[in-house]
Structures are given as C-alpha cells and as structure tokens.
Design a protein around this ligand. Structure first.
Ligand code: ZN
Length: 282
C-alpha cells in the first residue's frame, strides 16, 4: 500500500516558463473544495488535471478546460505529486505555463517534501486485467501495459537517439510492493534537447525560456552544459519521470508492467486514457 497525502500548507515556486520564457509563480496547496484529484487554478478558472483533459502539444503536456483555459508544461510538478503520493491539490499558476525550475523535478519534490501534509488513506490502484497497448502511427514507438500480481508498477523505459551522446538507454524500476527508491532515481534528471532541433523548436515559438540553466543541450560534439550530464542515463531517467507525471492524471497508481518504448507525452496520455476507460471514467 502507498499512503495518500494532502498538503496542510501552501508551497510556492517561481521561475521561467520553458516555452513561454515568462517569469511566473506556482502555489501548490490543499483543495479548498473538498474535491479529489489535482486541479490547476488561475483566478476563477479551474482545470482538473485528468487524462481526458490533456491535449497534445509538441514538447510538453497541456491540460485544457471546456472554456479554453490552458495550463502547459504540467508534467514535472505532476510527477512530483505522483512521487509524493499527493492525491488532491490545488495548483495555482499565475500564467498558463508552469515554471521549469532547473528542468528536473528536484525543486518541486524538495518543496513538497518539506511541506506539512496529512495522511488521507491509501492511493488507489487501477487493476489491469489484460494487455493494454498503444503505438505511434508508424509503429516505431509504443507502450504496453500487462497485468502484474500485487500492488506494484513494474516500469521499463527504453529510448534510442542517433547521437552517440545519448544512444540507447533503458531504465527499469518498481514502484509499490518490493519497490525501489524511485524518487532518488529520477528526481534530478533534466529536460534535454538536441542542438540540431533547437532551431525548429524556436521556429515553433517554443523553448523561449530554455537555456543551459534548465535544459541539457546535446550538440554534435557532446553536451554543451559545463557540468555535462547528471549521470550517463540522465535522458532515460528524465523520460521516466515525465511518464510518471503523465500517468498521475489518473489519480491512481497502476497495477501493471509498463514497457515504454521511445514513448513521449502523447503516447503516455493515450495509455492513461485507455486505463481511465478501464475505470469507467471515459
Ligand atoms: Zn520533462
């Protein structure tokens, strides 16, 4: 069993939006309305961070309300809430984009860890009875989720990039019964980007707040950041952290063996929607 928590005090974060380049603040606190789940708030606008609220955007996870209110780059704070077992929270964001901090989940986890919390029972588990599979149009990337015994998520992430500075990386972790210290393994892994893709990203009007302070940039001759990677498997550790955030839109953990093969936010959300369907939520 994994304990579920609610925040008893507010935690504040501030920093740049990775894509907007706008300085912003984020306050995470208990929900004032007694509701369940994570809800993003701006003024009187509220959007529930549920799998069926996620819309595809390049390079980040975005949630959108019926009235068009949007919040994007929500994945790292969502991942931190997953790892801390925080099942209900109000996340007030001053603008549409969540601050990127250092590009990893570390700042969010540190803040949430320090905050006063109270236990509110156990986190629920989605029971996977048969294989659930999603894949990209060309079949090159996919996610497969199979049933497992016990309350555990067996996670395997694999990625492959042409550049030798990333290459093939894989990471296997267990969350739940008999599990690993997942937080320690993934919390400091930063967003990364290939230098050759940066121009394309900028041309899309994205990545305006991106710098070597909040992203790892990999060029033809290696990593541009002075300190290099935080360990040789930082990229796959980051992708795993992203995936946990994308799955927290379920508000429950998943009793399953999940194999992510070159997956990203889009496929992660397709899986979450299918799993939400198992719960009768869709
Ligand atoms: Zn990320």
């Amino acid at each position: 069993m994994k304990k579920a928590y609610e925040l008893e005090e507010a935690v504040r974060f501030e920093g740049l939006g990775l894509h907007s380049g706008v300085e912003t603040t984020l306050e995470v606190r208990g929900r004032g309305d007694g509701g369940e789940g994570i809800v993003f708030v701006r003024g009187d606008k509220r959007v529930e961070a549920r799998a069926d609220r996620v819309e595809l955007r390049p390079l980040c996870t975005m949630i959108r309300g019926d009235d068009g209110t949007e919040f994007y780059t929500v994945e790292h704070v969502m991942s931190s809430l997953f790892m801390m077992g925080i099942v209900s929270a109000e996340v007030e964001c001053a603008g549409p984009e969540v601050p990127i901090l250092d590009g990893s989940a570390r700042g969010f986890v540190e803040g949430l860890r320090r905050a006063k919390k109270r236990e509110v029972g156990d986190v629920g588990w989605i029971d996977v009875k048969e294989r659930v599979e999603v894949k990209s149009e060309d079949g090159g990337s996919w996610v497969v989720c199979d049933p497992v015994e016990g309350e555990r998520m067996e996670l395997l992430f694999e990625l492959e990039y042409d550049t030798p500075y990333i290459g093939h990386q894989s990471l296997a972790l267990v969350w739940g019964e008999g599990g690993d210290d997942v937080v320690d393994r993934v919390w400091d892994a930063r967003t990364f980007c290939l230098l050759e893709d940066l121009e394309r990203v900028r041309a899309m009007g994205l990545g305006k707040g991106g710098s070597l302070e909040n992203a790892v940039v990999i060029g033809a001759d290696g990593v541009l950041n002075a300190g290099g990677f935080r360990g040789e498997d930082e990229c796959v550790r980051h992708k795993m952290m992203d995936a946990l955030g994308d799955l927290w839109t379920l508000g429950k953990y998943v009793k399953g063996r999940i194999h992510f093969h070159k997956s990203g936010h889009g496929l992660n959300n397709m899986l979450a929607r299918r799993l939400m369907g198992l719960e009768g939520g869709e």
